[in-house]
Design a protein around this ligand. Sequence first.
Ligand SMILES: [Zn+2]
Length: 211
Amino acid sequence: MKNIIFIAPPAAGKGTQSNILKEKYDYAHISTGDMLREAINSGSKLGIDVKNIIDKGELVSDEIIIKLVAEKLASLKGKPFILDGFPRTLNQAIALEKIIDDNYVTIYLDLSEEEAISRITGRLTCSCGKSYNINIDSLKPKIVGKCDACGSNLIKRDDDNVDAFKIRFKTFLDNTEALLDYYNSKNKLVKIDVNREVSDIFNDISGVVND
Ligand SMILES: [Zn+2]
């Protein structure tokens, strides 16, 4: 299996695809947020440094993040991995290149802003934990406004504010452009159109990582 660097705009379904990859192919899912939390909880020297930096409201440096990623990757003992949320910048990508071998692919889940907005405004959740989307056929509840699993009324999340989302989406694209150019120039970039069924998207990803 190829290792994966996952890059995706908000609402592209990166979490869903990561979960299927973990289940089907036993990928280790490495997210920067989780990694920082783990480091802090471990109480290691590096973890204490990270905690001090975050407590001060400062950004954890590339150098520290690279160290954590390197430690994490070494602990996997050859298990395939998904990097999620890292690298975020060109400098991080160049540093990463020095600690991983060539057996990886960068997968970009391609989603237009219009489609992303349709997805976030369609999200509904249930108090039992199930979630739905009235704008995605495969995720619609069977009965309008009711949970398939427990029959409760579905709730619209109030953090799905469109204006704030547009800013997040644009910021993501601006920050990601250099990264995509970098991986494209190395022939390591695969773009996957995610305006489709979850299973079709997964089939495409499978083809890429099994290649
Ligand atoms: Zn429910």
